[in-house]
Design a protein around this ligand. Sequence first.
Ligand code: AKG
Length: 343
Amino acid sequence: MAPALSFPIIDMGRLAGEERPAAMDMLRDACEKWGFFQILNHGISTELMDEVERLTKDHYKRVREQRFLEFASRALQDGGGGGARGVKAENLDWESTFFVRHLPESNLAELPDLDDGYRRAMRRFAGELEALAERLLDLLCENLGLEKGYLARAFRGPSKGSPTFATKVSSYPPCPRPDLVSGLRAHTDAGGIILLFQDDRVAGLQLLKDGAWVDVPPTRHSIVVNLGDQLEVITNGRYKSVVHRVVAQPDGNRMSIASFYNPGGDAVIFPVPALVKAEEAAAAYPRFVFEDYMKLYVRSKFEAKEPRFEAFKSDGELQLHHRHRVTTRQGMPESGVLYVSLA
Ligand SMILES: O=C(O)CCC(=O)C(=O)O
């Protein structure tokens, strides 16, 4: 049973006036102690959010539901014991997903099965989320004592000068065996800052805090924010990525639209020198090229992050170049088996 801790909710409207110092403190506390928080009055219009939600739910019904149901019946045919292509229930995610890439180049026009209205709404929504992610990164800079723009610059690779920005659109349909299958298995996110527009009626997202699972409460028109592995490295562990999961629900179809604002593939990631204390220098987080991190992440998403960081210390980077030849989609985390089957 999740304990009654109070999940941080930050009203961004308070950043404009005399309440700014208190709101900034709350943000710092959320970043240091939770790695997760929810924002209200974030500036994205509620009409646009409603439109994106309606179009996403229509799209699932029209295009994806039948495919999901076919997969689901195969997945559970042996009581979840390994029916679907020999995949065990513990290696499944009960989600139907598709990805949209925005930066460095959008692939919205190429995605099949989206109508023009949905494409237009997603393009507008992505533009608003990109601006919000950059605004949040600057607020984090302020709290970390870094100059404005430091984190955004750290995310830009040297050649293309662009971060990677992409959206994972998911439905978590009702699951007859939530005791057997997860909605999405526990993991940390690989990248930078993640903005989630989640269903306000069907719950399921939980984060791991002090050894206990805590519900992320569905709140209408809010955006849930969480920090990824790269911000943990850049801040030398001052802020941490946090393990989270989606619990499959017996009733209701949960919508989630997660947008990942990540470094460019060729960005070199390393701790901010000013955040590495002299006495901690030997144990500092490593330096690596983001694309190399992603090559490792796609093979280890559902495993602990620490061995990934360790692998890049000392000569680990060299070995990884040879061992992992997995192509990633522009820094997007790969999802579980259901994604592979249905994408
Ligand atoms: O759907 C959600 O609420 C979380 C999604 C997520 O954690 C992921 O796709 O990495």
